[in-house]
Design a protein around this ligand. Structure first.
Ligand code: THU
Length: 162
C-alpha cells in the first residue's frame, strides 16, 4: 500500500491585487447575477468568461420548476462562449453570488461538480489552463487551473483507455 497526496494550489487575493480587466470581469459577473432566474432557491449567481481576444461573455443561473432542468451560471456563461466563439480559447472565469440587495456576498462560492467538469472539458478542448476567480465581497480565491478544483478529473483520455 502507498499513501499518495494531492496538493491544491490557490491564492487569496484582495481587490487591490486585481488588474483592470479582472475588476471588469467581477463587475460583469455581478451585473449578470442581477438577471439570474432563481425563483426557487433565491440564490443568484453570476459568471463572466474572458476569451483570449478580450471578449467577455456572462451568464447567470436559470432555474426551472422541474428542478434538474435548470442550469448554473458557470455553465450558462461557458456554453454561451463555446457556442458563439468556438475557435476562441477561454482565459478566465469569474464567479460571484449576490444577496437580496444586489451586493456580492462575503463568502466565495464553491462551484458544483458539474460546472467543474464542464470547465475541465473546456481546458481539454483548448489545451489551455483556465484561470478561475471565485470572488466574494472582500477577497478573491484564484485557481490557475480547474485541476486544482477537480483533481483526478474524468476526461477524454479516460475514454480512450478502453
Ligand atoms: N448554482 C450556480 O449557479 N453555480 C454553482 O456553482 C452552484 C449553484 C445555482 C444552481 C441553482 O440555481 C442555485 O445556484 C442553487 O443551487
Amino acid at each position: 500500500m502507498k499513501d499518495k497526496e494531492i496538493h491544491i494550489l490557490y491564492k487569496e487575493l484582495q481587490y487591490s491585487d486585481l488588474n483592470e480587466i479582472d475588476i471588469k470581469l467581477v463587475s460583469k459577473a455581478l451585473e449578470s447575477a442581477k438577471n439570474a432566474y432563481a425563483p426557487y432557491s433565491h440564490f443568484r449567481v453570476g459568471a463572466s468568461v474572458l476569451l483570449e481576444d478580450g471578449i467577455i461573455v456572462a451568464g447567470n443561473n436559470q432555474e426551472n420548476a422541474a428542478y434538474p432542468s435548470g442550469l448554473c451560471a458557470e455553465r450558462v456563461a461557458l456554453f454561451y462562449a463555446n457556442a458563439n466563439y468556438p475557435n476562441t480559447t477561454v482565459n478566465s472565469i469569474v464567479v460571484v453570488v449576490i444577496d437580496q440587495d444586489d451586493n456580492i456576498v462575503p463568502q466565495t462560492i464553491s462551484p458544483c461538480g458539474s460546472c467543474r467538469q464542464v470547465i475541465a472539458e473546456t481546458e481539454m478542448r483548448y489545451k489551455k489552463n483556465i484561470r478561475i476567480l471565485l470572488a466574494s465581497k472582500n477577497h478573491i480565491l484564484e485557481f490557475k487551473s480547474i485541476l486544482d478544483l477537480l483533481p483526478l478529473s474524468f476526461n477524454q483520455k479516460d475514454l480512450l483507455k478502453h
